[in-house]
Design a protein around this ligand. Structure first.
Ligand code: PFF
Length: 455
């Protein structure tokens, strides 16, 4: 049953929705993956490729998620069921929504463990615990932290409590207010860090690393990486955008809003990339992607530079805020579903979900420390959740949304909700959803699965 307004509340205006979607997109992936993948796979050529993937694949899928979520004004399970039933299709399509919110919930459980590492580093920066350490010592510091399950438990619990606190309230008082406060803080940190990067003398080299055009470095692997990253970073396939869109105003135009999210997200990713690359270059260190970049290389690099302790702290504050706004978004679809399915208050729903995810996170964090011998299918619980969500569920969710919107749902309903003034644009959108998006995401799915199984 469609609603006039979501029972969860609504965003106070279109910009807060954009901020919230950006908060979901800008996360740890932007910090430890994007800068290095750009530098290693063609610089400016990669950026162009990435923008094309975004416009041709990610943006159309995101528009479909927004259309479905806003039309029904309910959680992703109900929203998909509503759209499918109105088109005369099976109500079992709602399983796609269920898979998506379950995937978001699973990602949340381990994402909040990693966010706990960030909080630990934030405090370590304040107290100067990392001052004067070289790469080997910082690497030991990090490994000691991973083995210190009690400490991680503390940070993980604190982080989950923060998320529960924001989500327990109605959208206006919780999500909306949190985004209004956190996103400007994130931008402020980013601009201060850019100012710092400008003083190091390596800003120009970093710009060259990220933007110089190396077409010869673009291969199949670059295409796959660009596609996969655009998908992960825009939080597609996990019900987040669908859930957030249920709180959007009826008159807000969808296409420009979604394109703005994609463009701003890329811009922020590039600015964060400039800070990361400049600092690492200024300290004459090696750039390597992954958690090691954030938890080993960057602290050492910052602390070698004048003013490094203050700016290193600001950098970890930026990472903590980015992780928080992403984590909040990951638990929202499940929260909306539980409140609407069982007629519970948001507080009760998020307490239960938060507790469950916290428990799973505890299992994940112990699997890196005291229980590191425990392996399921040859990997730790932490890796198992990471791999099943990002390699299996996320792309499957994306393909399902594209197929549902492109082939199953009522075209009139979709185009009416989208309200594009130019019919050719609507036709282009449908064509991308029908053919390009499922094929591209299917390709990432198959290749990633192949790589996970055979390499
Ligand atoms: N976009 C986040 C990042 O880049 O770290 C991760 C993420 C957040 C993925 C929210 C999925 C999601 F729904």
């Amino acid at each position: 049953m469609r609603q006039m307004l979501s029972i969860q509340g609504s965003w106070s205006n279109r910009w807060i929705f954009i901020l919230a979607a950006m908060g979901s997109s800008v996360g740890l992936g932007n910090i430890w993956l994007f800068p290095v993948m750009t530098g290693q796979h063609g610089g400016g050529a990669f950026i162009l490729l990435y923008l094309s993937c975004m416009l041709l694949v990610a943006v159309p899928i995101m528009m479909a998620e927004v259309v479905i979520g806003r039309h029904a004004r309910q959680n992703p399970v109900n929203a998909i069921e509503d759209a499918a039933v109105s088109a005369g299709a099976s109500r079992h399509w709602r399983l796609v929504g269920a898979l998506a919110i379950f995937c978001g919930f699973l990602i949340f459980s381990y994402y909040s463990v990693v966010a706990g590492w960030v909080l630990h580093y934030l405090v370590a920066m304040i107290f100067g615990q990392l001052n004067g350490l070289g790469v080997d010592q910082t690497s030991r510091f990090f490994n000691k932290l991973l083995a210190d399950s009690q400490m991680l438990l503390l940070w993980h619990s604190l982080f989950v409590l923060l998320v529960i606190w924001v989500l327990a309230q109605r959208v206006e008082r919780g999500l909306d207010r949190a985004m209004r406060f956190l996103m400007p803080v994130l931008f402020l940190m980013l601009f201060m860090l850019l100012g710092f990067a400008l003083t190091t003398g390596e800003f120009v080299s970093a710009t060259e690393y990220l933007f110089n055009f190396h077409l010869q470095d673009i291969g199949w692997d670059a295409v796959l990486i660009a596609l996969g990253h655009s998908f992960f970073t825009l939080a597609l396939g996990v019900g987040v955008i669908m859930a957030y869109s249920a709180y959007m105003g009826k008159s807000d135009s969808i296409a420009p809003t979604v394109i703005a999210i994609g463009v701003f997200d890329t811009l922020v990713a590039l600015l964060i990339g400039l800070v990361v690359v400049t600092v690492v270059m200024a300290a004459q260190m090696e750039l390597r992607a992954g958690p090691g970049l954030l938890f080993v290389t960057l602290p050492v690099a910052f602390l070698q530079l004048p003013g490094g302790q203050v700016f290193g702290f600001l950098f970890f504050l930026l990472a903590a805020v980015a992780a928080l706004t992403s984590a909040i978004s990951l638990l929202e679809p499940a929260t909306a579903w539980v409140t609407e399915r069982f007629k519970w208050s948001r507080a009760r729903a998020v307490l239960l979900l938060g507790a469950l995810a916290w428990g799973l996170g505890v299992a994940a964090l112990y699997s890196l420390g005291q229980l590191s011998d425990l392996k399921i299918l040859g990997v730790s619980i932490f890796d198992l959740i990471d791999i099943t969500t990002t390699i299996l569920f996320l792309p499957l969710g994306g393909i399902a949304v594209a197929v549902l919107a492109g082939w199953v749902l009522d075209k009139e309903l979709l185009t009416a909700e989208l309200a594009l003034s130019n019919p050719a644009m609507a036709a282009l959108w449908l064509w991308l959803l029908r053919f390009v998006a499922p094929a591209a995401v299917g390709l990432i799915f198959v290749m990633n699965l192949y790589n996970a199984l055979y390499s």
